[in-house]
Design a protein around this ligand. Structure first.
Ligand code: PLP
Length: 408
């Protein structure tokens, strides 16, 4: 058993029983032996139900959880001596490491509690002028819609909402739709990189490039994209991006990131009172008070484990698990798949024509021990299904069998 290379956490705590050989094979998406070994060795999850609701938050891999536990103990035992004398340098190093992972400058990110906080700072801090309009759609995350609606209620902007087709044929159809919905007054487009409702992946880069040509900014919600699908943050071409680390990166809950392109920081208004920090310093947006030390200290560990697993392998495996059930169930007339298989990764949603979504989720849970979640979507809602990396093809097949029984 070997450890990972030293990371910037509280003294190389990531030393807990990782065998790098476990991660060295191809890890093909359908290699059940490979993925079962990872699940068995590195994830401690309840065996008495099948969790297909990993869209809520990610399970910390065991080594990350152990590092977190050590960090909690350390912060508690050492108290203010640690917080005053050790943590400031440590948090600077962690931010640097996180920026390196995101391939941006440390001066372009702040660490927040979650994606909602990150995106509220961007949305409420954006320098809107009277008459500005914002473009959103029904697949955007409700908290970001609320943030824009709040600004509208305060008379600052007008919100224009359109219906995104659930099954766009390709990326260009999505770009064209955004392009058509833009008005003379559109100033900002909210882009939900991976929808929490049906898992649709939108082509952020193409939409941002199209918008930029018209002088329009995109504020991108990558809460579900980071760690689930491969992307380069700078290449998104979006100057404002909010993310979290507790869904697909596997960090303990309570860490998000806001990225703002360096030259845009100056114009941003602060949400949390701050009059002393320089206008072009991103920390003017991060006047948060006491932050959860142990959660932040664990970021290097969760990043290290995520990198060890590899985003390409992870993403392809998640896509494969989704494809198993989508391909099986799409053959049934009564089942309506609400996600384009090629424009999604782990998350997909469905409806059963003559059944209420809440009832389906209930039957799945109470009769089959399978947890999914109902989401609001149009009049009928939908059931969202989200496997995690520790879920097996066998468990997905149990879900397929359960649905076949429900529609029989
Ligand atoms: C698309 C999307 N954006 C933002 C969020 C909010 O993330 P957080 O809970 O980290 O604030 C979620 C959470 O589910 C989400 O799905």
């Amino acid at each position: 058993m070997t450890g990972l290379p030293a990371v910037a956490s509280a003294g190389g705590l990531f030393d807990s029983g990782i065998d790098v050989n476990d991660f060295e094979n191809d890890g093909a998406p359908d290699d059940e032996k490979y993925w079962k070994n990872i699940a068995h060795k590195y994830y401690d999850v309840s065996k008495d139900y099948i969790n297909l609701e990993n869209g809520f938050y990610g399970i910390q891999p065991k080594p990350v959880l152990q590092a977190f536990q050590k960090n909690v103990l350390l912060a508690n035992r050492e108290g203010a001596r640690f917080a005053r004398r050790v943590y400031p340098d440590m948090s600077t190093a962690i931010k640097k490491e996180l920026a390196g992972f995101l391939t941006v400058e440390p001066e372009e990110i702040i660490i927040t509690r979650n994606a909602t906080e990150a995106l509220n700072i961007a949305i409420q801090g954006y320098p809107f002028k009277e008459g500005d309009e914002v473009l959103i759609n029904q697949l955007d995350y409700f908290s970001m819609i609320e943030a824009f609606r709040l600004l509208e209620k305060r008379g600052k902007i007008k919100v224009n909402a359109f219906d995104m087709p659930l099954l766009p044929a390709n990326e260009d159809e999505i770009v064209e739709l955004y392009s058509k919905m833009i008005t003379q007054k559109t100033k900002v487009i909210l882009l939900t990189h991976v929808s929490n409702i049906n898992g649709l992946i939108v082509p952020v880069k193409k939409i941002s490039a199209m918008a930029k040509q018209k002088g329009i900014d995109t504020i991108t919600d990558s809460a579900h994209a980071i760690g689930q699908v491969p992307f380069s943050l700078p290449a998104l071409d979006s100057d404002f991006v909010g993310m979290n680390l507790h869904k697909w990166i596997g960090n303990p809950i309570g860490a998000g990131v806001l990225y703002i392109k360096k030259e845009r920081i100056k114009e941003m208004n602060v949400l949390f009172g701050d009059v002393n920090t320089a206008e072009d310093n991103i920390t003017k947006l991060a006047h948060f008070g006491t932050t959860p030390f142990a959660v932040i200290m664990t970021i290097p560990d969760s990043l290290a484990f995520h990198k060890l697993m590899g985003i390409e392998k992870k993403s392809k495996r998640l896509h494969y698990l989704k494809s198993i059930w989508v391909n099986e169930l799409k053959q049934f007339d009564k089942v309506e798949i609400l996600t384009p298989a090629d424009l999604s990764c782990a998350i997909a949603s469905f409806r059963i024509r003559d059944k209420k979504t809440a009832d389906i989720a209930d039957v799945l849970f109470k009769q089959h021990n399978i947890l999914t979640v109902g989401r609001s979507l149009g009049n009928d809602g939908c059931i969202r299904v989200t496997p995690g990396i520790y879920i097996s093809a066998e468990e997905i097949n149990k879900f397929v069998i359960a649905i076949k029984k429900i529609v029989a």
